[in-house]
Design a protein. Structure first.
Length: 715
């Protein structure tokens, strides 16, 4: 019987699970030995000449890093993958309606043509058009975006039929016309009719682009006001098709999804809560217009790359096996501007290729910002669910609109957690999972959504600081998943949430420790690791190699290569001592009331030269000094200690002493080797994107201070 075929299946890869769990066990035992070695120091006679402080500091670094590792093992416990069967869905008239939410904030950083491409690609989803409603939130409140939408609507009237007729998969026009991939047009490819139609539509697209860009140029001159506007403007909601209802339309048989422009009211005196605030405004507006039971959330630069994503998501949402408790279906973030040698890990590989599969095996991944199909009902507040509706309380939360309250009475009081904007997605996910909802992760072979990632060091570190700050906010709040989680969800899922909240803090503190303490001690002749002939030396070596090897194995298993592995190691070190550290400090400052939450949208316009460098795998050090200085300082300290260590090994008088220094010398060597690109940027390269000599000088001065003060304190 056809009905009995499942809409989706979940695979549990036994082999990977065995490998993962055995590795966890063996690695844990090795760490236990390490801890024993460090602790027994305090009870031994022959270690008296080693000062306690550096020993404690390096031990603390080891504990923090091991803790980060242990939390991360939760993802390795039960990774799963899923396959869906959209062809088994019931007929179109039985499909539930979907509201698509797209957010944009700044037409300078997020060019309108790009945003409209996302809008058009969402309108072109393979779904009954009368059941699809596309909302764009414009936090900038700018005319250009509204103008762009009207033009996008006009263009879509031609584009949608073209896509439907010729079965175009790349339903984002910019991508389609840029020849980003080879298209399979089946039987149409050679038909002259297709060619003629394609040419016609391409011309229309070019005209659309020209008009929008021209409007932007004209407005730029007058519109210094745009920046002012973006923080202070009344609300503006427009249903786009109404503009054309009086005009004669060439082909009014074309069925179009609803398209709505929303600029929520923003006033400087009111916190607007960034993207989460925008999503909540869309929830309220859409509740009055379409009130669809499912919602797709997209960033403005994240277009639909496969029109079938809605049906794929419905395979999970409508699967009776999982449907009742399923809150959302998360797709990975994938990017179209990733180079072969992705030096900055712009691909954000580990979460989307490894960790989220693990999350999925434990009741589901966190809300990941964009690319998820959410059940509106899952965003309900408890009070409504209970059925005891207090009208006054509702009006207090949602404003005086009776119309809106009526929609709440229909059982809807949905909202995303706003928190402070930086970590809202995290809170929304955490909250849902704590209330017993589940989520699933779908990674079909063809990327369903494609965005633009940050591909230069500066933007990457700024973005990284923002993320880190948001995550650390959670770690140090009352929602700290280690305390808040285990009573409300499974221990393993709490560990995953804890890993997310804590990694920046754990990595930044421990890596600062590893980058400085052993080095200072090496220069001062203080051994911190066992000597080569000591069996404990092998424990340290094993832990080091075992974690590198496991990491390499995971990368190879998910389609990466040795190069990916090298790049990831390096950028992990760089980010740990820069953006993670600043983000974490920022969060602490906010907590102490010394700072304010902010959100600078990342740039979606790229400088050609910068892009070229990224594509060639050359580091671009045109980044704020505050990011470069810690990095260069660490490298200088390591150069000094490595050279000092070598001298010690070569010229040490008393036989045997050098053996105690092999660990530390090798550590410095490893750090320098991995970060050779920084040395190159400092000493060898002389181009525009190398490290400025002012930065090197400043860092040299700081290194000298660290070396002298450090030596004084440590020894
Ligand atoms: O006040 C704001 C700020 C941002 N946005 C929109 O939020 C989205 C994400 O902003 P972006 O600058 O692209 O940030 P990224 O760091 O690239 O985005 C990642 O990180 C965000 C959280 O920091 C998540 O919300 C995103 O989904 C995730 O892709 C964009 O569409 C923005 O237009 C708003 O609508 N209002
Ligand atoms: Mn983005």
């Amino acid at each position: 019987m056809e009905n009995s075929l499942p809409l989706h299946v979940c695979h549990v890869p036994k082999f990977s699970i065995i490998i993962n769990r055995s590795h966890t066990l063996v690695h844990s035992i090795a760490i236990a030995f390490l801890i024993y070695y460090r602790v027994s120091f305090f009870f031994q006679e022959n270690t008296k000449n080693i000062p306690t402080l550096p020993w404690l500091l390096v031990f603390a670094s080891e504990l923090l890093l091991s803790f980060a590792w242990l939390l991360g093992e939760a993802y390795r416990w039960r990774p799963v993958s899923r396959t869906v069967f959209p062809e088994r869905l019931s007929s179109d008239d039985k499909l539930p309606a979907i509201d698509v939410f797209i957010c944009t904030a700044d037409p300078d950083k997020e060019p309108t043509v790009g945003v409209m491409n996302t809008v058009i690609s969402a309108m072109a989803l393979d779904y009954p058009p009368e059941k699809l409603h596309v909302y764009l939130s414009d936090d900038g409140g700018s005319d250009i975006t509204l103008y762009g939408m009207k033009e996008a609507w006009k263009f879509a009237r031609a584009w949608l039929p073209f896509c439907r007729r010729f079965d175009i998969k790349a339903s984002c026009p910019e991508v389609y016309f840029s020849g980003y991939e080879d298209y399979d047009h089946g039987n149409f490819i050679n038909s002259s009719e297709f060619k003629a139609e394609r040419q016609k539509i391409e011309e229309k697209y070019e005209k659309f682009k020209e008009r929008v860009e021209e409007y932007y140029r004209k407005n730029q001159v007058e519109e210094v006001a745009a920046t002012k506007n973006s923080r202070d403007h009344p609300s503006n909601i427009q249903i786009i098709q109404e503009y054309y209802s009086n005009e004669k339309i060439e082909d009014d048989k074309v069925k179009m999804p609803l398209l709505v422009y929303v600029a929520r009211e923003k006033r400087p005196s009111h916190h607007h809560h960034f993207k989460a605030g925008a999503l909540n405004a869309l929830l309220r507006v859409s509740a009055l217009l379409s009130n669809s039971p499912y919602i797709l959330v997209l960033d403005c630069d994240m277009f639909c790359n496969d029109p079938t994503s809605a049906r794929q998501a419905m395979c999970c949402h409508l699967d009776p096996q999982i449907s009742p408790s399923l809150a959302f279906v998360q797709f990975p973030q994938t990017f179209r501007n990733i180079s072969k040698d992705d030096i900055y890990d712009s691909e954000i590989r580990a979460p989307f290729k490894i960790q989220w599969q693990g999350f999925d095996g434990l009741r589901g991944p966190v809300v990941s910002g964009t690319n998820f199909y959410m059940k509106r009902e899952a965003l309900l507040g408890n009070s409504i669910q209970d059925g005891n509706v207090d009208l006054m309380a509702l009006k207090k939360s949602f404003g005086p609109s009776n119309e809106f309250i009526k929609t709440l009475r229909r059982d809807f009081k949905p909202s995303f957690n706003i928190n402070d904007g930086k970590s809202s997605n995290y809170f929304t996910g955490l909250n849902l999972h704590c209330k017993g909802w589940k989520s699933v992760y779908l990674t079909p072979p063809r990327p369903q959504f494609l965005g633009t990632s940050t591909t230069n060091l500066s933007d990457l570190l700024i973005q990284g600081s923002r993320w880190t700050s948001g995550l650390t906010d959670v770690a140090i709040s009352k929602f700290c998943p280690l305390i808040y989680g285990p009573t409300k969800m499974s221990l393993l899922q709490s560990l995953c949430y804890a890993e997310l909240a804590f990694w920046p803090l754990l990595y930044s503190l421990s890596l600062w420790g590893f980058a400085l303490i052993p080095q200072l001690c090496l220069l001062n002749g203080i051994p911190l690791y066992p000597e080569v002939s000591d069996p404990y030396f092998n424990i340290f070596l094993f832990i080091f190699l075992s974690s590198l090897a496991k990491n390499l194995y995971e990368i190879l298993m998910t389609g990466g290569g040795i190069r990916t592995w090298k790049n990831e190691r390096r950028i992990w070190m760089i980010k740990s001592v820069t953006s993670f550290s600043y983000g974490f400090l920022d969060s602490i400052m906010n907590k102490l009331g010394l700072g304010e939450a902010s959100f600078l949208p990342t740039n979606k316009v790229a400088d050609d030269e910068v892009v070229k460098r990224y594509e060639m795998g050359i580091f671009d050090f045109q980044a704020p000094t505050m990011f470069l200085v810690p990095l260069v300082t660490i490298i200088l300290v390591n150069i000094a200690s490595f050279v000092g260590g070598l001298v010690r090994i070569m010229f040490m008088d008393s036989f045997g002493d050098w053996r105690k220094m092999v660990g530390q010398t090798s550590l410095s060597f490893y750090i320098l080797m991995v970060n050779y690109a920084v040395i190159e940027g400092m000493v060898i390269r002389k181009d525009k994107a190398s490290i400025p000599s002012s930065v090197t000088l400043l860092s040299a001065a700081i290194s000298v201070i660290i070396l002298s003060v450090g030596s004084f304190i440590m020894c």
